[in-house]
Design a protein around this ligand. Structure first.
Ligand code: ATP
Ligand code: MG
Length: 405
């Protein structure tokens, strides 16, 4: 009986020992595991290499509103149209030199901002160093003259003070234009981006003209004068922006002329009518066109379109229009305007009167000073000389119309 009790006691002791050893083992395993796993506090801390990378990354600033000029040397608002004429040299320098930080197709930008995106060209929205917002447009066929004409249009606007054209320079960019990892080099022109709340392509003609009536009469007259003299014939809601500044109580509206490359087309005009624009040429077509046969213009039809396509190797516009074959070229009286031929915007080419600014500036226009202005961004070729002859011819026509001597 005694032995039985002793054996029972020993068995109990053994069980206790085994249990203690198990507990000890468990505690030991837990201690080992804890030392291997980083503590909660430790996990939230950056390990050294990661910290180094984070410190070298640039601090991302919130996107700046486009109406604030962030260019370090400027103490004026670069987006205010009235500053474009005052600070032209500096703004052009910025546009020529600032690095591109971001670029995307203009259509993507407009659609994302719930705006109409109706245009045919290769246009991109650009963010430059310092947050400056710009627009880059490139011509696929490499017609550099047209790109440079856009810069010249801006220089004309500054020189004459007759219109607001966004500051523009010609420039070559090497970028991932379509954000698809494919870097390309493209030449074109870079203009300042004009932020506008008015999506004119949604407007009816009535609504468009109602908005234009908010622009000062002088500014509107000067804009029309500018278009007429420099041959900016492709006018309408598709090639103009309306900028609003001033205060809430006293807002100012300004017309901003974009897409001014129509100036590069030779054209002939009878005052008050739709211009004839030289559209298709055969090799050797002359530029010095005199005595344009306005009264012999014909109306296009299927047969004449086919004949023109055969002769010039290119189709003329599809819409019914007046045309003239003259001086080895096909000239179209282009009437395919935004709201249709019957509702055209030709009136934007003909001022109701000449303002004092216009009179003074236009009197001082000479072939020499126009060529000097053009030479700032273009080669002076026969092409350019022929355009200048056209500018002077239309200036003289305007003076004659308003009996200014
Ligand atoms: N300076 C600018 N500021 C703001 N938006 C601009 C500017 N220039 C162009 N845009 C935008 O890009 C669009 C296309 O520009 P633009 O008219 O110059 O191109 P386009 O392809 O030559 O036009 P079109 O089809 O008339 O030939 C405009 O409708 C406008 O929305
Ligand atoms: Mg356009």
């Amino acid at each position: 009986m005694k032995l039985k009790r002793i054996l029972k006691k020993e068995a109990k002791l053994k069980r206790i020992k085994r249990f203690s050893a198990l507990i000890f083992l468990l505690v030991f395993i837990i201690i080992i595991l804890r030392s291997l796993l980083p503590s909660r506090h430790k996990r939230n801390k950056l390990d050294e290499p990661t910290k180094e990378i984070e410190e070298t990354l640039p601090v991302i600033e919130p996107e700046l509103p486009t109406t604030v000029d962030t260019h370090e040397n400027s103490n004026y608002d670069i987006y205010l149209s009235e500053n474009w004429h005052k600070h032209s040299g500096e703004i052009k320098k910025t546009l020529s030199e600032a690095k591109v930080l971001d670029i995307e197709p203009m259509k993507d930008f407009l659609l994302r901002n719930k705006k109409q995106a109706i245009f045919s060209g290769s246009v991109f929205k650009v963010t430059l160093e310092g947050g400056i917002q710009a627009v880059f447009k490139t011509t696929s066929d490499g017609k550099m003259v047209r790109d440079r004409m856009e810069e010249t249009a801006y220089d004309f606007s500054v020189y004459t003070n007759l219109a607001y054209v966004p500051p523009t320079v010609h420039r070559t960019l090497e970028c991932d234009f379509n954000k698809n990892g494919h870097v390309q080099k493209k030449s074109g022109f870079l203009s300042l981006f004009v932020d506008t709340e008015f999506d004119l392509l949604k407007y009816t003609k009535e609504k468009f003209y109602a908005l234009l009536s908010k622009i000062s009469e002088d500014e509107l007259c000067n804009y029309k004068t500018f278009n007429f003299v420099f041959g900016n014939w492709d006018v309408g809601p598709h090639n103009v922006l309306v900028a609003k500044d001033g205060t809430k109580e006293n807002p100012h509206y300004h017309l901003i002329a974009i897409d001014n490359e129509g100036m590069a087309n030779l054209q002939k005009v009878q005052y008050g009518k739709v211009p004839f624009v030289r559209w298709l040429t055969c090799p050797g077509a002359g530029r010095n066109v005199r005595d344009f046969p306005f009264d012999q213009a014909k109306t296009s039809d299927k047969a004449s379109r086919q004949a023109i396509a055969n002769r010039f190797n290119q189709w003329p516009p599809g819409r019914k229009h007046n045309y003239s074959l003259f001086g080895g070229a096909y000239w179209t009286q282009y009437t395919d305007f935004w709201w249709g031929a019957e509702s055209n915007t030709t009136d934007l080419l003909y001022p109701e009167r000449l303002t004092e600014t216009a009179k003074e500036k236009l009197k001082n226009l000479t072939k020499e000073n126009l060529l000097a202005l053009i030479a700032q961004s273009n080669d002076i070729t026969d092409f350019m000389k022929a355009r200048v002859d056209g500018f002077i011819e239309r200036r003289d026509m305007l003076f004659k119309h308003f009996s200014i001597t």
